[in-house]
Design a protein around this ligand. Structure first.
Ligand code: MG
Ligand code: MG
Length: 619
């Protein structure tokens, strides 16, 4: 796949954008006219810079309001076109994007449009240049690629071709099967963007909500496959207008874009015909462990919360100040080492989750996939005889370890040979989900990280009401739900998510949910052991009884234990929250009875209850 990105997609000055684009690994870039107008570099200097960076200039764009004008207006539009040709010669690109006219003066007479496009092709051809015609979803007379293609076909000039932009076609739900009618030599370039499905005007939707393939909801796999099927061999160029990206880091957004194009190449939801170019997405089967970084003092406080949850410190690391806590198949690791990543993590963030281990069948394949996605590996010096567990950097600089599922028992035995206490009775049976909180600006980036690396589906995005503002939330889940992450971010300064980030100095794990078979027994044992719970108001239970017509005795059992409840058809969900550990991380117990969600309906209740303990989340 030949990759390109429009400079409008990322933040910064034009030269910084081009450097970021080159560093991310693209083959080329489209120069957006406003970037050219606002830079101190002239077109020749931009050409030289792109040459030095090894970037092709794939296109100059956009040229607006060309076709359908009459008389003096038409003459002026074509003069303007010639002046842009001058710029293109200096820039060193032969392709100009002409988007369908939005001018109120433009007429829709078909013969006039064909004649104007043919003339534009004629003028471009005379100078060795080409014109690509794109139907804007909000174009005045032409707003559908089928119409744009019929005009280009009938204008029939070798220097005139078509540009497909996934946003314009998919926002209008133009069937991708119609791409089969386009001749490949006439498709000059394709522009790619994803977007959430919204009910709003096309212009506002396009200008503010475009996102990268894999971050939105458009059926891009079918669209891209239709383009491959006609034999298209040209550039796949991202054109993303998004307020968050323009406020983000140029290098980070450029890298995300590169990943998203590779994801599209392999197939976002279904393997593409070009999938063989990439190692397949990894399939983690379970969360093997969660590692906390803590000082000794903090480790003691953490232990006082883990014990009532049913965990016991069962073994010590062979050489390090690291303890393994277990319960059934669940493993937690508490790292008190005075140096290394965990220690720096503790210094920066305070006691918190510094790493997550995922069990996988194919660790080398997972690393190959990460490499293909340019996800950096993390390397830390190994002590002699230490079991090597490869890892990459995840949310907030924490680590994601890849544990070989076949040798996991051997790994634990080797790394933690010194027994401590015997394990207790297991009341918790699995890690249900891990909730990570991040800056609103990074939300889509981490969503893409998981979607690129792992075979996960994403749930619809939700807005959850915090007493102090909205929190955006979305989950990624493996097909068998063995591994689930929920991602949360908020623009509101005083929401719990934002307070977490301020207090924590960055993104990280905010809660860990454990699954159990009998939540009442698990909660009773927890409370008896001194676990502090999040108190839920009585009003909630009165409403619950009324809403679901539940057995009053069941409602009273829940109320007595501060257990929350949700229902989806016959499926039921029970949730219980602890108070926060070290003012940051809290634990959740869940019992699922065929329920597949996360109790979003209860999140505002939980957030309001936590807001009552606000100092808990503020230093
Ligand atoms: Mg476009
Ligand atoms: Mg949860």
């Amino acid at each position: 796949m030949k990759t390109s990105i429009a400079t409008v997609s990322i933040s910064g000055t034009l030269d910084a954008k081009l450097r970021a684009i080159a560093a991310a690994g693209y083959d080329g870039a489209e120069i957006f006219e406003n970037d050219l107008l606002s830079t101190h570099l002239d077109a020749r200097a931009i050409r030289a810079l792109m040459g030095d960076l090894g970037l092709a200039c794939t296109m100059f764009q956009p040229f607006r309001d060309l076709e359908g004008l009459a008389g003096e207006l038409r003459a002026r539009a074509f003069d303007r076109l010639e002046r842009k040709f001058d710029v293109m010669e200096e820039l060193g690109t032969d392709l100009l994007l002409v988007c369908s006219s939005c001018s109120p003066q433009a007429e829709g007479d078909r013969e006039r449009l064909v004649a104007d496009l043919r003339e534009a092709g004629e003028r471009a051809g005379r100078r060795g240049l080409r014109i690509g015609y794109e139907a804007l979803a909000w174009g005045r007379h032409v707003n559908d690629h089928r119409e744009a293609w019929s005009l280009v076909r009938d204008a029939d000039h070798p220097a005139l071709g078509l540009i497909l932009d996934s946003f314009h076609s998919l926002a209008r739900r133009v069937p991708s099967s119609s791409i089969g009618d386009i001749r490949p030599e006439k498709l000059f370039i394709v522009q790619v963007a994803d977007a959430p499905v919204l009910d709003m005007d096309y212009l506002g939707w396009s200008r503010h909500f475009r996102c990268m393939p894999g971050q939105g909801e458009f059926p891009l796999d079918d669209w891209a496959e239709a383009i491959r099927r006609i034999g298209y061999q040209g550039y796949w160029s991202l054109e993303i207008f998004n307020d968050r990206f323009r406020a983000g880091s140029a290098s980070g957004v450029a890298l995300d874009g590169y990943r998203s194009l590779r994801l599209l190449e392999g197939g976002i939801e279904h393997p593409a015909s070009t999938a063989a170019a990439l190692p397949p997405r990894a399939r983690p089967s379970a969360i093997e462990f969660i590692e906390f970084a803590a000082s000794h003092e903090e480790a003691e406080a953490l232990g006082a919360m883990l014990r009532p949850l049913g965990f016991r410190p069962t073994a010590r690391h062979r050489s390090k100040d690291v303890t393994r806590w277990t319960q059934g198949d669940l493993n937690l690791v508490v790292n008190c080492e005075p140096e290394g990543l965990a220690h720096s993590f503790d210094v920066v963030h305070g006691a918190s989750v510094c790493a997550i281990g995922l069990a996988l069948d194919d660790v080398p394949g997972t690393l190959a996939r990460a490499d293909a996605m340019r996800i950096p590996r993390f390397e830390q010096a190994l002590a002699p005889d230490e079991w090597p567990i490869p890892s990459v950097r995840g949310v907030g600089g924490s680590l994601l370890y890849f544990v070989d599922a076949a040798s996991r028992e051997a790994m634990w035995a080797h790394e933690f040979p010194h027994p401590l206490e015997p394990a207790g009775e297991a009341r918790l049976i699995a890690f249900d989900h891990i909730a990570q909180t991040m800056q609103f600006e990074e939300f889509l980036s981490w969503l893409l990280f998981y979607v690129c690396l792992f075979d996960v589906r994403k749930t619809p995005q939700l807005d959850i009401a915090d007493p102090m503002g909205l929190i955006q939330s979305q989950a990624v889940e493996t097909p068998d739900s063995g591994v689930r992450f929920t991602l949360n971010g908020s623009l509101a300064h005083q929401s719990l998510s934002s307070r977490f980030i301020q207090n924590y100095f960055g993104a990280g794990v905010q809660h860990i949910a454990f699954a159990c078979d009998d939540i009442f027994a698990a909660v009773d044992a927890g409370i008896a052991g001194g676990l502090e719970r999040l108190e839920i108001p009585r009003n909630y239970y009165d409403d619950l009884a009324a809403r679901w017509g539940l057995d009053p005795a069941l409602v009273e059992r829940m109320a007595a234990r501060d257990i929350l409840y949700d229902r989806d058809g016959e499926a039921e969900y029970f949730q219980f929250y602890s108070r926060a550990f070290a003012r940051r991380v809290f634990f959740e117990l869940v019992e699922r009875r065929d329920y597949t969600g996360y109790g979003a309906v209860n999140a505002p209740i939980r957030l309001a209850a936590q807001a009552r303990h606000k100092p808990e989340f503020l230093d």
